[in-house]
Design a protein around this ligand. Structure first.
Ligand code: NI
Length: 262
């Protein structure tokens, strides 16, 4: 798809309420910054419907849909059914973000696990990869993914755990997503992961509107800031930007669009 020379934001919430009102400008700024392709991660059916409309205009946009572990109280059984039905749509490229968040909602861990497994089963049935959110819950996340294998695997997004833990997921076939925290002044473990990870199992992301890279930390995040994370990783690894770009594109293609030409 000719994106070999552009960056890919593998995790952005373009249709969230903070970004949707000026999404056209956000996209234009991303293109101007060399971010050609984006995975729009949607946390509700209306967000996904908005993303699918954007995708109709620009096929370089990809769409993921799943219920985030911190939002579970918001959804009725009817919402669950609508979400599942939409996940099978051929224009939805991944199920996510799904997972566990004990930082915000530890007391509901049982409900989170149930919701995670329910959506893992959709990914298996729909034959789609997953995008996993895991915060303060990395051991449980790993255990569940071992117990419920998803053939297409996916991304452990905004990875914030140790290098040893990253290797556990890589051994299962998962890709590690790194974002803005790699650039933070006090970054320790994300830097360690960025330095050591096999490039074949890496994706980069903004997770916008959050986690804006240095020196814009605290401002609203947008895909146009993705190159700051890419540059930091190149600096840490001593590699050329083109090398990273090509490898990330190959990883992305293999994961989400195996039918496309390399
Ligand atoms: Ni996210």
């Amino acid at each position: 798809m000719g994106t070999a020379l552009g960056w890919i934001d593998s995790h952005c919430h373009l249709t969230c309420r903070q970004l949707l009102p000026d999404v056209e400008q956000v996209r234009q700024r991303a293109l101007d910054a060399g971010v050609a392709r984006m995975m729009i991660v949607c946390c509700s059916v209306p967000e996904a419907e908005a993303a699918l409309r954007l995708k109709q205009e620009d096929p370089r946009l990809d769409v993921a849909l799943g219920f985030h572990p911190s939002d579970l109280a918001d959804f009725s059984e009817e919402d669950w059914n609508k979400c599942e039905a939409l996940v099978y749509n051929e224009n939805i490229s991944a199920v996510g973000e799904i997972g566990l968040d004990y930082y915000w909602d530890k007391q509901n861990s049982a409900r989170q696990k149930e919701a995670f497994v329910r959506q893992l089963n959709w990914a298996v049935k729909a034959d789609k990869p997953i995008i996993v959110h895991s915060r303060d819950a990395i051991a449980d996340t790993l255990a569940i993914l071992k117990e419920h294998p998803v053939p297409r695997r996916g991304i452990i997004h905004c990875f914030s755990s140790s290098w040893e833990m990253a290797m556990e997921f890589i051994r299962l076939g998962y890709t590690i997503g790194l974002g803005g925290p790699v650039t933070f002044k006090n970054a320790k473990t994300p830097v360690e992961v960025a330095e050591q990870i096999p490039l074949t199992h890496l994706q980069i992301e903004t997770d916008c509107p959050y986690l804006t890279p240095h020196p814009y930390r605290g401002k609203r995040n947008e895909p146009m800031y993705l190159p700051l994370t890419a540059q930091k990783i190149c600096e840490l690894r001593g590699i050329d930007e083109l090398v990273l770009k090509q490898q990330l594109w190959e990883n992305y293609r293999r994961l989400f669009h195996p039918q496309e030409e390399a």
